[in-house]
Design a protein around this ligand. Structure first.
Ligand code: C2E
Ligand code: CA
Ligand code: CA
Length: 575
């Protein structure tokens, strides 16, 4: 009996030990990240542990139910999962598979392992299941982003550059060429600013998708570089497969509008630049840069055209870039100087005034013409500090001369459109005039028709303010712009300067004579004063005087002069 008791006690103790161990295992499994499926192959029993319920809405207690797992995952992965679930049937010890769940799209990693008994027979199988969704999607995104542009489906910029590099290497080995075209939508910022980013983005996306399809059809490589800029590369262009033909095809497409999801239709044009290996460059990045410079050129030539690489265009670009950086330094160092060109009354040849003309003396290059650097300064904004300096310098100089020579004359100052469009322009001029205590009626501002690209009313209001203050206004370069006679009537101005191009041909071309006479008559009728500029010959002067031109400016009577030379003229002007 005692033996029996002893046996029973032992069994109880063993059972207790077992449940303790079991509890311990359970606790460990429950706190584990993931789920476990334990399959005793010997006893043919299954237990699920850990976070099973987070992944599956069913439990598995019997090996017969294992196929439920195959149904839970995405169909295309069930075959692969089968090999993992029934690992004991294969000759391997371990196996794994990554697959998404059919319902929740959660990505799971199934890892299976077989444990063998002493006799070498498989006894246990454990399948560990973990959630890898975060890792998978991140990885997918990263892979996609590395190769493709998510907006358009075209290649990404980095991948394109890599492909282009490969093309160039192959081309070098096989003596072939590679052509790169950059495409830049015209006036995209107007669409983006005017109609909003959503419209802008949809256009970028639609054009990009079109380009992607086109590239696939043509078997060429396309990329979305940034915003509204795209790249296409053709390896070994020949026959029909050339940039010219591709460009033609895209042009044909954009003749039809792009229809947005809100029903709106957008008509666009684009500018293109082409550079070819090895002519333009031997490096992928430089080739893209050259194509970009050609795009700048097509934009500056009025957009909607294709510009092919050529060395003079590249040199011109590099020169402008060089001047641009030098100009910034010149502004900083004040490397400018004012020259003054006299203007005379045509009738009595008495001094009427001086036109202030800026000069830039560069340490290395000597004099750089304002005809070259003013347009650059207008583009990069440097004209604002330069123009302000010109106004201050000329008025200060005039104040000095006015006191020293005791006689009034007119100081004409050139004002660029950008300068004029500044909100504080009127006030800044008034301030300088007050500061140097000069008579506003002795200062004349020369403006050109380009200021009229702004809202006419705003331009008009400013002119009125300036004139009410007492300043004179002169319309410069008349005849080179759109020179509409109807707006001329409405402009509050005092003087009109007939452009040099008329004066150049007035003696030899009868049509020019007719127009010049008409302008002068009209100026008289409107009560303005006429100035002819660029008068170089006595005969030009005589003719202009005979048709009633009021003022003459030109090399014939005097070139633009430095301060000392002007003073010599002023000293004898009123004697
Ligand atoms: P612009 O306002 O039409 O100035 C007249 C230009 O014609 C000046 O060139 C002058 O030197 C030149 N000129 C005058 N008479 C003759 C002549 O008989 N024959 C020839 N061949 N040329 C003559 P410049 O000084 O080189 O200036 C060129 C342009 O640069 C100016 O044209 C003006 O648009 C701009 N500019 C010059 N100084 C300034 C300035 O201080 N501010 C601004 N905004 N623009 C300026
Ligand atoms: Ca002028
Ligand atoms: Ca002029």
């Amino acid at each position: 009996m005692s033996e029996l008791h002893y046996q029973l006690d032992l069994l109880k103790a063993m059972n207790q030990k077992l449940t303790e161990k079991e509890r311990m295992y359970h606790t460990v499994f429950e706190s584990a990240v993931g789920a476990f499926l334990y399959h005793s192959l010997e006893r043919n029993q299954v237990v699920t542990l850990g976070q099973w319920k987070e992944f599956f809405d069913f439990d598995i207690r019997d090996p017969k139910d294992l196929p439920r797992l195959l149904e839970a995952v995405d169909e295309s992965y069930s075959m692969a999962l089968r090999d993992v679930l029934y690992l004991e049937k294969t000759a391997q010890d371990t196996a794994f598979v990554e697959c998404p769940l059919r319902e929740t799209k959660i990505w799971l990693l199934f890892r299976a392992r077989i444990y063998y008994g002493e006799n070498g027979r498989p006894v246990d199988k454990v399948i560990y299941i973990s959630n890898i969704t975060k890792f998978r999607t991140q990885n997918e995104e990263l892979t996609y982003m590395a190769y493709y542009d998510s907006m358009t489906g075209l290649f990404s910029r980095n991948y394109f550059v890599r492909l282009l590099g490969d093309y160039l290497r192959t081309a070098a080995e096989t003596d072939n060429t590679v052509s790169v075209m950059m495409i830049d939508l015209d006036d995209f910022h107007k669409i983006n600013d005017g109609q909003g980013m959503i419209v802008g983005d949809e256009l970028i996306q639609q054009f990009g998708s079109y380009l992607k399809e086109l590239c696939e059809n043509w078997d060429v490589t396309g990329c979305h570089l940034h915003t509204d800029v795209y790249l296409v590369a053709i390896y070994g262009p020949s026959g029909e497969r050339t940039m010219a033909n591709l460009h033609k095809e895209i042009q044909q497409r954009v003749r039809r509008p792009f229809r947005l999801s809100n029903g709106q239709e957008l008509q666009i044009t684009f500018s293109a630049g082409v550079a070819e290996y090895p002519e333009a460059s031997k490096s992928a990045i430089e080739l893209i840069n050259c194509a970009e410079i050609m795009v700048f050129k097509s934009k500056s030539m009025g957009k909607n055209i294709i510009q092919y690489f050529n060395t003079p265009v590249l040199q011109e670009f590099l020169r402008t870039a060089e001047l641009e950086s030098k100009l910034k330094e010149a502004v900083f160092r004040h490397s400018f100087q004012m020259y003054y060109q006299p203007q005379y009354f045509a009738g009595n040849k008495k001094l009427r005034g001086m036109e202030a003309l800026i000069r830039w003396k560069d340490g290395q290059e000597g004099m750089i013409s304002p005809a070259v650097f003013i347009p650059i300064a207008e583009k990069n904004g440097a004209i604002i500090p330069i123009g302000q300096w010109v106004v201050e310098q000329s008025i200060m100089q005039y104040a000095q001369w006015r006191r020293r020579f005791g006689h009034p004359f007119i100081m004409s100052i050139n004002i660029s459109a950008l300068q004029y469009s500044r909100e504080d322009f009127v006030d800044s001029v008034k301030e300088v005039i007050r500061k140097y205590d000069v008579e506003p009626s002795e200062i004349e501002l020369e403006i050109t028709e380009t200021i009229l690209i702004e809202d006419f009313q705003a331009v008009y209001d400013k002119l009125k303010l300036l004139r009410e203050f007492g300043l004179r206004i002169s319309l410069d370069d008349f005849g080179t712009g759109f020179s509409s006679l109807s707006y001329l009537k409405k402009l509050p101005i005092d003087t009109l300067k007939i452009d040099k191009s008329f004066i150049d041909t007035v003696l030899v071309d009868s049509a020019t004579r007719v127009i010049t006479e008409a302008i002068i008559n009209m100026v008289k009728a409107l009560g303005f004063e006429s100035v002819a500029e660029g008068v170089e010959e006595e005969k030009q002067y005589e003719y202009l005087y005979s048709i009633g031109c009021d003022v003459i400016q030109g090399y014939l009577f005097g070139r633009p002069l430095a301060v000392g030379e002007v003073e010599a003229i002023l000293a004898s002007a009123w004697q």
